[in-house]
Design a binder for this molecule. Sequence first.
Ligand SMILES: C[S@@+](CC[C@H](N)C(=O)[O-])C[C@H]1O[C@@H](n2cnc3c(N)ncnc32)[C@H](O)[C@@H]1O
Length: 223
Amino acid sequence: MTSMFAPARINRRTAIAAPLLWLAARLAPGQVIDPRTRDFWNGKFKDPKTAYRRQPSPLLVESVRGRKPGAAVDLGTGDGRNAVYLGLQGWQVTGVDLSDVAVAQARQHAADAGVKLDAVVDGLDHYDFGHNRWDLITLFYVHAWYEGARPRSTERIREALKPGGLLVMEGFAGEEKFMFQTNQLLRDFDDLRVVRYQDTMDEAEWNPGRQSRLVRFVAEKTR
Ligand SMILES: C[S@@+](CC[C@H](N)C(=O)[O-])C[C@H]1O[C@@H](n2cnc3c(N)ncnc32)[C@H](O)[C@@H]1O
């Protein structure tokens, strides 16, 4: 039966459903992305004034020098500065990030450089890292996700590395919960062979021009 309240009911339903439909339309099947985090990072990558190092990480460059290229995944790839570098060195690279804006930039940078990049828009809690899948796993300035998702983040990274595979991480360290805690990566990955561990004050790639406390960590999964 038609009622004078029906239009109001439809409007209320529409008001609730519309944002959900909008969100669903933006996600490919299978993606699970936190919209607030996505919007935060989309804003950063849309803003040309966002200050970060556009070139590949010196830690990564040093860590893979002389290493036989294989399958690599860059977790939280951002604009692909490190993923594209790996592609240029002959690695088969996958970059994963929840920011569709960042991933679009990564795809563009890969195309400009003439390298193949499998760029995936997905949240790291949802993306399947796989088992014994990667010769190289990189995680640059994604300490907040790593910390928030521990201990599963540690376990999933360890499981996903192939025997002989390399893990390279860099990010902010400090007392705050979202930063790497003192000696924590050494404890988390105590079954890997640590190639390099540095807890130091230096210019951070995501806080250029200032000194920040950083952790740099490189470790290999023993065969
Ligand atoms: C500080 S930026 C670092 C980007 C890149 N690794 C670099 O060093 O240039 C952090 C990146 O992690 C991504 N990120 C944060 N949380 C994530 C999550 N839960 N899943 C996927 N990506 C995430 C952000 O979208 C952003 O691109």
